[in-house]
Design a protein around this ligand. Structure first.
Ligand code: DQA
Length: 145
């Protein structure tokens, strides 16, 4: 099982950025949590973060034929990017969308998610544990196939 976990803009600022919303844990702490979870389950995981939409599209395209599943928190590109939606549709890799905060209880502009249309599920508002839940869900779905 090979996972690609992608984080979009400003998620490298975890721990500094609005801790009341996103918590005190740093991006490095998030990576460690994900790597530990993968190791415990015997999965491979690649972590990637970028603040640039095109780099995120490139990374999704590169996963074609390599990754079994993608976990993605596209950050603010969730609400704007048709390009990320199209990239996930293009590679046809099972993908789960994650948000640390509960976007459904936030501003109106956060209520749209383009990428959701190509995702098997959305996990929002479970903090950093949401990434692990997304991995578990994808592993279960792939094992059931
Ligand atoms: C986020 C929610 C987005 O609306 C926001 O732009 C982010 C983080 C989250 O993880 O809760 O950057 O995706």
């Amino acid at each position: 099982m090979k996972f690609l976990v992608i984080n979009g803009p400003n998620l490298n600022m975890l721990g500094i950025r609005e801790p009341g919303i996103y918590g005190e844990q740093t991006y490095a702490g998030l990576c460690k949590k994900i790597e530990d979870h993968a190791a415990k389950n015997g999965w491979e995981v690649e972590l990637y973060q970028s603040n640039h939409e095109g780099c995120l599209v490139d990374k999704i395209q590169e996963a074609y034929g390599k990754a079994d599943a993608i976990v993605i928190n596209p950050g603010a590109y969730t609400h704007t990017s048709v390009a990320l939606l199209d990239a996930v549709k293009a590679v046809q890799i099972p993908t789960v969308e994650v948000h640390i905060s509960d976007v459904s209880k936030r501003e109106d502009f956060r209520q749209i998610s383009y990428i959701r249309l190509a995702c098997a599920a959305t996990i929002a508002g479970h903090g950093l544990d949401g990434y692990l839940e997304a991995m578990d869900l994808l592993a279960e779905r792939l094992a059931a196939k």
